[in-house]
Design a protein around this ligand. Sequence first.
Ligand SMILES: Nc1ncnc2c1ncn2[C@@H]1O[C@H](COP(=O)(O)OP(=O)(O)OP(=O)(O)O)[C@@H](O)[C@H]1O
Length: 662
Amino acid sequence: MGPLRINDGESLRCRLVRYLEELTDEEFKKFKLYLEDSSPREGFLRVPRGQIKKADNTDVAELMVRHYGECEAWDVALMIWEKMGLRELWEQFILNICLYFFIFHLTDIGNRRTYRNRIIEKFQLMRDRNSCPGEYENLHHRFTQLLLLQEYRYREQKEHELLASGREHAEIMENQGQLIEVAALFDPYEKTGVHPQIVVLQGAAGIGKTTLARKVMLDWAEGNLYQDKFHYVFYLSCREMNHLREKKTKFADLITNDWPSLEDPMTEILSQPEKLLFVIDGLDELKFSCDEHSFDLCKHWNQRQPVPILLSSLLRKTMLPESSLLITTRLTALGKCDFLFENPRHVEILGFSEEDRWKYFCNFFGDEDKAQQAFSLIVNNETLFTMCFVPLMCWIICTCLKQQMRRKKDLKQSSKTTTTLYMCYLSSLVTPGGRSCPVQHHRGLCRMAAEGIWEGKILFDEDDLRRHGLEASDVSAFLDMHIFQRDTDSENCYSFIHLSFQEFFAAMFYALEEEKEINLLEKCRDSATSFVALTVHFLFGFLNADNRKRLEEIFRCKISQEIKIDLLQWIQAGIEQQHRDSSLRNDLLEIFSHLYETQNEEFVTSAIAHFSEISLNIYSNTPHVSSMHHPVPWASVFHLPPQGIECQSHVGEMVLIVNLKS
Ligand SMILES: Nc1ncnc2c1ncn2[C@@H]1O[C@H](COP(=O)(O)OP(=O)(O)OP(=O)(O)O)[C@@H](O)[C@H]1O
């Protein structure tokens, strides 16, 4: 389909030229004067006076169409002719324009419908990270609502700190901003009434940025989102842009990937930029910089330019400045891109609320009984349940449990502790007869993970790899296993699929026979470095004989027995310290959850041998646990009869007196 035409095949732009040619020199001069003085409607740029002065008939038509788009250009011409008293021309125009709008309307409806159908086709299915070719899930069936927090002030905060603060959603909300719905992302600010043109959705790895961006596309295409605001919504994946970075092209061509009949309708579509939304997914993943091209930026979408310049021009708003942008990015990369955006609305994705975690399980299993079976196991494990605020973690946990259900394995056993669940997931990634990683590579990966934990580092470059005896080609087995991923921020950068996996491998580093590092435990005592807590937690998990055996099988490594003595001394000292000082009671809970993680009766007995009674404040520490079936799941490790636990409720707290000698 070509530019919009009326029956005789003449485009509107050419027709405008022809009408202008019918004016006498005097009338044309007058027309230009009126054009110079005309004030365009909101959203349209004024045609620069300097350019009008020098323009002939064709130039004037061209300028008008470029600045206003074809429809608005006709409108302006009509208004001027009316003011000039050129009644005959005006009447001819009206006749033409009615015909034009009728055809335009029909064509536009047709174009949009075709485009929407294409988008629905493309976005209605989602692929899980471990899916086989051709295996898809329906996005609507799986999608679970995410908590979005508006105007969260960007803190120079590392992802591990965010993970640690996962259970403090309510607190963040109170202190930092308010929740917002996807439908309201482009609503005006309450205080100023100004409509944000750029919305930045930020969040940690695996929190659901891409999934949400794709859901926005699908909902718009199905007519359920932003219908009045945006006539067209285009999706630009930064990962795909990376592949095109050497390419020189027009912006119009770049976005017509999703357009079956390409190019032609673009002129009309892009001439109404205020009705366009561009979803730019994964800005942190761009491998080229957007701040290098400030002098070469282009102004028009029809200019042929390298892809990095086109994208920079869109982001910096030199091209299609009236369009809206919805950008997703990891928190770690945000500082680097801040300069790009003028007054964006910052929204942080907080992940799943506690209620939505249950909904996710229902969506994942598609069967309430199975969902209930799985959820009741997770809800009793505080560490796992807290982790479930990250959708990726929910997916990992549900995937494991589903596999166990399929194999008719004991679900309770595989979800009993955080470590068992991770073991279960890792064993599922190692396919029989598949690639395994050489022992020295595994050791290098573990050492790098541990170093990262100390230094608060989650992205590793090739220098980091080399320092730990790894070449880029050595990590391909970990990439294949989906525990390590090629990143994101800059070329040749890597990260673990989730921080908790880095913590798991860091724990393995401390547990390996040849590696000794007692510092970890000392650091864990220091509350300022509580982010190592999960690493220590896994370390306790490795004390379990089954876990240790599986770990040694998967990675063909040897787990040290000596770590057991260090852990025992550490935990006894911890209990003693907190026994002496009742203000530290809350920390005891953490110690006991470590003990529970071992599922090792002999170890637990030794750890508590010197104590006859322990008081724990369970309520103020874990509010959600109080409503669950078993308030202290780890208590089962003591094999205590019910009379062994006495419960005392006080205002705002619930204290359990555990009588260990009963
Ligand atoms: N809202 C959601 N509903 C259901 N599942 C979700 C949702 N969000 C994410 N997931 C699940 O979590 C996985 C990871 O999500 P996604 O890839 O969107 O995260 P991300 O924030 O873009 O991660 P990264 O920063 O690593 O690119 C998805 O593959 C999907 O299985």
